[in-house]
Design a protein. Sequence first.
Length: 136
Amino acid sequence: MTFAAITYKIKPGHEDEIAQIFAEFQRADSPILHDEEGEETGVILATGLFISGDRMFRVIQYEGRLDDVARHMAVQEGVREAERRLQPYLAEPRDTETVEGFMKYFGNSTMRCIQQLGVPTEMLKDIPEHLLRRQP
């Protein structure tokens, strides 16, 4: 399990407008990641989006390579539409219209990970099964 965080500089005071963009967000057609040759390399497990003041953060939980996450997101129609709708609220314009532009921005905006912790496998066996199930 790996996490990545992407940061966006936004114009303050537009949290509700930005929240509306993501309330209408179209999910990716598949969570499966592919490399440059089209080979399956991993999966996006979960994402979360957070906003405060002049910053927005996307957290991505994935298995695989971060470059493949960026490539995958760059071609998803829902992501492309959200990027277009976000443009007026961004404090720093960026080119995300092309796969190359999106991947460059993604790479430049990825935050440095200083720690990732998970429950060790040996501890999971002691946790009641009903606590590990996802809620509907």
